[in-house]
Design a protein around this ligand. Structure first.
Ligand SMILES: [Zn+2]
Ligand SMILES: [Zn+2]
Ligand SMILES: [Zn+2]
Length: 185
């Protein structure tokens, strides 16, 4: 469930990029979110509980990917996503660039920092470093800011486009009812 939506909203963890965009919109523009808590891009919880690591991707083109084996603590990390696509804000339909980054000032064995949190991480953990030095990593384009604000407006109006489910109806209702049961505990 989204921790920031006022009416219950199930995050579609089978489509991680939609989750990144949904929570990213809250993180960037929702006054409810405490940016200093550095919320996790996949579950919205405090980042220190969710530890992510990257590794070199074996797919064509190289690049990085989330190390599913080494990453720990985030219950919403259930499915791999295309890291290089998720790292780019490319259009209104793919507006969010919030991915896990290696902090250039941390030891390489440290867990990653979400792009949207990097500025806060630098301020807190590396106050001696001028914040502008890594602006190319945490700075966002005007387009991304605008698109993400538009997405938050849609979320708040309950009009966010949901991913079409291809699962049979029975599977959906089972998953749904177990979620509801969990929530009522
Ligand atoms: Zn939400
Ligand atoms: Zn998390
Ligand atoms: Zn750092």
């Amino acid at each position: 469930m989204c921790p920031y939506c006022s009416s219950p909203f199930v995050l579609d963890v089978q489509h991680p990029q939609t989750v990144l965009a949904h929570l990213g919109a809250h993180i960037l523009h929702d006054p409810k979110v405490n940016r200093n808590a550095q919320p996790c891009g996949l579950c919205g919880g405090p980042s220190r509980l969710c530890r992510f690591f990257l590794k070199k991707s074996h797919s064509a083109g190289g690049g990085m990917t989330v190390n599913m084996e080494a990453s720990k603590g985030c219950s919403n990390l259930v499915k791999k996503f295309n890291y290089s696509t998720a790292a780019k804000s490319s259009s209104q339909n793919s507006p969010c660039s919030n991915v896990q980054l290696r902090c250039p000032e941390c030891d390489s064995s440290e867990p990653t920092v979400w792009r949207y949190n990097l500025r806060y991480h630098l301020q807190n953990d590396h106050p001696q470093i001028p914040i502008t030095r890594h602006a190319h990593l945490w700075g966002l384009s005007d387009n991304e800011n605008t698109w993400m604000l538009a997405l938050l407006t849609k979320i708040k109006e309950g009009k966010e486009k949901r991913t079409k489910k291809v699962k049979p109806a029975l599977a959906i209702s089972t998953a749904h009812s177990s979620k509801l049961a969990l929530r009522s505990v």
